[in-house]
Design a protein around this ligand. Structure first.
Ligand code: NAP
Ligand code: GLV
Ligand code: GLV
Length: 322
């Protein structure tokens, strides 16, 4: 069968697909332009997709032979699930293998913003480190501060686990409340969203992007946060109203932000770059050699099982097989 791999994955992984199928790989470290993607899918039975590929009705209309879209990401907001399911096309993601790496980046951002790591690095490189001064370049403690988690799934729980080592009281809100034993084990208290916003010193967003979470944090929510609070987003950009965030950072409604994702990636809202109280990363939550390799392997496994006619391990619409 014919397979399209839309991202530049290592040959060691491509070769396992090539052992069973004809493979076309995007050799560039940039997304396939939309028009080229639409023509590339015409003869394909499987696509190993990246989160930058929009898989919608228009694309699926061009792909009459398609059996499976194996997304190389846990998030699948780039895929129109209803459009795929209606055509009985399987969709898979890569849950679990990236949980720890992404939770690590949540902490990297918390520490970077709270302790002004990036500003400090720039100061030294620019030759401005002249002497130690007792009340110079102060940040705020992470240890002992209240951590709020919005979306207590795999990554949210891995963030909570790390927070225990920092002696952080944890409050959280999520679509589904965790069982009492689990809450007790991780020392997390369930609260409504407004309380989490109002009480958190650090607030980590760990929800998927859905119609319900789009602009979950806008001006009204930012106004409820502490003026010292630090907002961390490794989920998806549109979960925050980025224009409102820029105003909040400029006018110090909140203390700072650590961002890995943006509303209109790879572009940033006007004024965001100028906010010194923000640390901005280029969507690298899962970007370690170990994790990206595991994600590519898992996506490949899903793809190969799907093309053999089986139910892939991480199928998001297994109803198509019944
Ligand atoms: P997950 O295990 O599905 O966790 C998501 C959690 O959010 C679940 O507990 C879910 O509730 C909850 N939730 C869903 N809708 C909600 C709503 N409207 N209000 C409140 N809570 C809601 O997913 P995960 O593996 O932790 O990944 C989370 C997201 O992180 C992904 O979808 C992806 O967008 C993002 N991500 C980003 C990076 C990066 O590179 N920056 C890396 C990995 C993942 P239920 O328990 O009821 O389902
Ligand atoms: C990355 O953002 C993912 O969803 O895996
Ligand atoms: C700081 O470097 C200290 O010794 O307290």
């Amino acid at each position: 069968m014919n397979v399209l791999v839309t991202g530049n994955l290592p040959e060691s992984i491509i070769s396992t697909i090539r052992a069973e199928h004809r493979v076309e790989v995007n050799p560039k470290d940039e997304p396939i332009p939309r028009d080229q993607l639409l023509s590339a899918v015409a003869d394909k039975h499987g696509i190993l997709s990246m989160l930058t590929d929009r898989v919608d009705d228009a694309l699926l209309d061009q792909a009459p032979h398609l059996k499976i879209v194996a997304n190389c990401a846990v998030g699948y907001d780039n895929i129109d699930m209803a459009a795929a399911t209606q055509r009985r096309i399987a969709v898979t993601n890569t849950p679990g293998v990236l949980t720890d790496s992404t939770a690590d980046v949540v902490f990297a951002l918390m520490l970077a913003v709270g302790r002004r790591v990036v500003e400090g690095d720039q100061r030294v490189r620019q030759g401005h480190f002249k002497h130690f001064a007792p009340f110079h370049f102060l940040g705020q403690d992470i240890s002992g501060k209240t951590l709020g988690i919005v979306g207590m799934g795999r990554i949210g729980q891995a963030v909570a686990k790390r927070a225990a080592g920092f002696n952080m009281p944890i409050i959280y809100t999520s679509r589904t409340r965790l069982p009492a034993e689990k809450e007790a084990a991780m020392g997390a208290r369930y609260e409504n969203f407004e309380t989490v916003l109002g009480e958190s010193d650090f607030l980590s967003l760990n929800v998927p992007l859905t119609p319900q979470t789009h602009h979950l944090v806008g001006a009204d929510q930012l106004r409820l946060m502490k003026p010292t609070a630090i907002l961390i987003n490794t989920a998806r950009g549109p979960v925050i109203d980025e224009i409102a965030l820029v105003q909040a950072l400029r006018e110090q409604w909140i203390g700072g932000a650590g961002l890995d994702v943006y509303e209109n990636e790879p572009f940033l809202a006007p004024g965001l770059i100028a906010c010194k109280n923000a640390v901005v990363l280029p969507h690298v939550g899962s970007a370690t050699i170990e994790t990206r390799t595991r994600m590519a392997e898992l996506a490949t496994q899903n793809l190969l099982v799907g093309l053999r006619g089986g139910t892939p391990p991480n199928c998001l619409n297994s109803e198509i097989f019944t």
